[in-house]
Design a protein around this ligand. Structure first.
Ligand SMILES: [Fe+2]
Ligand SMILES: [Fe+2]
Length: 294
């Protein structure tokens, strides 16, 4: 090309090149936006799928409690209903209320243990050895729930602490005051109320007034005084009595398939259930789940 033509042509080619580059840039930007949107959608699907799977896992655990011992199943549902009323009355956050609900529902999961189950249902008066065995149930429960620790960090610790006392004389760790996890302080109050008013096979149910007096007597020694006061505050207490009737009348719903699509399918996961696989080992001699009660 002659020099003068080349001189004229350069800006034209440069301009065409610029337009082409702009289109390419636009096309690239929209492809990036579409890819980002697809990642966000996938992320949201994964989050929902994980939530549904977690809910199904917790409901399965609750079904196991019911199947093993309907009496304990009814007890933990009432305790959870009362605990939620108390948490909401204390103006706790939704996150705290959900954590309290889980601790309340699974606080006695350690009583699934075969030897403890036999003792709890023994019509005879409990011996000191039986009482020592029953006192292991917070540790047994925490151990049962340990695999969920990464997902629900407060759950095992709350269950472990539900028999701690405000004055530090509880078990298993002798925690004192606000060092006791919040959920465990709430559950301690409502668990005692329900245990007294519904009785056990080895103990008759007490009238509400007697249970109220037990809570007042333990205010500031066994129980967090603020939660006792709030629980016995007439409008809150009236709600508790209403919830008790609702739980008694509650029937499990017919199980429907959870909503969702393909993302409901979970992969064939490998998990730790037998010795020598994925680092899993057999039970240790010091493990409270594997100590005999008698
Ligand atoms: Fe307990
Ligand atoms: Fe309980």
């Amino acid at each position: 090309m002659p020099e003068h033509r080349a001189t004229f042509a350069r800006p034209i080619f440069a301009s065409l090149g610029h337009m082409t580059l702009s289109r390419v840039a636009l096309a690239g930007a929209s492809a990036t936006a579409a890819a980002a949107a697809a990642v966000l959608i996938r992320h949201e699907q994964t989050r929902r799928s994980t939530e549904r799977f977690a809910a199904a896992a917790l409901e399965t655990l609750l079904n196991a409690i019911d199947a093993n011992d309907p009496e304990t199943g009814a007890h933990v549902r009432r305790v959870a209903a009362y605990a939620l009323i108390l948490g909401e009355a204390a103006d706790l956050s939704e996150h705290e209320c959900k954590s309290i609900e889980r601790v309340a529902l699974f606080h006695d999961i350690g009583k699934i243990h075969e030897a403890l189950f036999d003792i709890v249902h023994d019509v005879e008066t409990l011996t000191p050895a039986d009482r020592r065995a029953i006192a292991k149930h917070p540790e047994v429960g925490a151990k049962v729930l340990e695999p969920l620790k990464r997902f629900y960090p407060d759950l095992a610790d709350g269950v472990l602490s539900h028999h701690e006392r405000w004055d530090g004389k509880g078990y298993p760790r002798g925690l004192k005051g606000r060092r006791i996890p919040l959920a465990a302080r709430v559950v301690a109050v409502v668990d005692t109320f329900d245990a007294l008013t519904h009785g056990r096979r080895y103990r008759d149910a007490q009238p509400n007034d007697v249970a109220r007096q037990v809570l007042l007597d333990g205010r500031g020694t066994q129980f967090d005084p603020d939660f006792v006061d709030l629980f016995l505050f007439p409008p809150v207490f009236a709600k508790v009595l209403g919830a008790e009737r609702e739980v008694v009348q509650w029937k499990p719903p017919v199980q429907k398939r959870r909503t969702g699509g393909e993302d409901d399918k979970v992969p064939d996961i490998t998990f730790r259930w037998r010795p020598g696989r994925n680092g899993a080992r057999g039970p240790q001699a010091s493990d409270p789940m594997h100590q005999t009660a008698r």
